[in-house]
Ligand binder design. Structure first.
Ligand SMILES: CC(C)(COP(=O)(O)OP(=O)(O)OC[C@H]1O[C@@H](n2cnc3c(N)ncnc32)[C@H](O)[C@@H]1OP(=O)(O)O)[C@@H](O)C(=O)NCCC(=O)NCCS
Length: 186
């Protein structure tokens, strides 16, 4: 279950992932444009996804949402490895419907999720990993205010070749920081 995340204009909304999203998830994750940017293999069948969904719910350290744009499901976004003790979580996103990319939907969905992470869950830090050659994702993350914290050289193997992975993070005090801020005591 869990909360739906929405804003007043309501055009982009997040609703909790459900077991019956399995067909969409399998289709999106197997799209080469998505599969080539993920760190784990795509579920081959809807049953594979449902098994993952059950394990995820049992672990309880993950919040996964479907992105709705004008009520149409276009992708997923979520927080994994949620650690309340350390106040951190790992953010991930995919826009599965090709025509929904490059329209600002990912940005709005990410803003909803980061508001939830910092304002409701009171996390201190949200972090992510991304292949160093994933230009659209890097652009989105920089625009959101994520800071590059390091490069893990040849950290993951994709299509049989080792790839560099960039680690990025954003802190609660950096989220929605005004562009012109006056110096303040730490
Ligand atoms: C990475 C990913 C989520 C980025 O999504 P996206 O659709 O490119 O991101 P946005 O929705 O923010 O759109 C980006 C562009 O739309 C533009 N845009 C923003 N609002 C807009 C609007 N209202 N109307 C039209 N265009 C708009 C932005 O200006 C931006 O263009 P710019 O980068 O030239 O400035 C997407 O490419 C994807 O799912 N890729 C495959 C999976 C993946 O790589 N996931 C990340 C793994 S780490």
């Amino acid at each position: 279950m869990g909360a739906h995340l929405t804003r007043d204009d309501g055009r982009v909304r997040l609703r909790p992932l459900r077991a019956d999203d399995a067909d969409d998830i399998v289709r999106w994750r197997n799209d080469p444009a998505v599969a080539g940017q993920m760190f784990s293999p795509a579920p081959a069948t809807p049953d594979d996804h449902r098994r993952w969904f059950e394990r995820m719910q049992a672990r309880g350290d993950r919040l996964e949402f479907v992105i709705l744009a004008d009520e149409r499901a276009v992708g997923t976004i979520g927080l994994g490895a949620i650690d309340r003790g350390h106040g951190r979580a790992q953010y991930g996103i995919l826009i599965g419907e090709a025509e929904a990319r490059g329209r600002g939907i990912a940005r709005q969905a990410s803003e909803l999720l980061l508001d939830h992470a910092f304002d409701d869950l009171r996390l201190h830090r949200v972090h992510l990993s991304v292949y160093a050659d994933n230009a659209p994702a890097l652009r989105l993350y920089r625009r959101l205010g994520f800071v590059e914290e390091g490069m893990l050289r040849q950290h993951a193997v994709r299509d049989g070749a080792p790839r560099d992975v960039v680690v990025m993070g954003i802190l609660r005090k950096e989220w929605r920081e005004p562009l012109t801020s006056t110096p303040k005591d730490e």
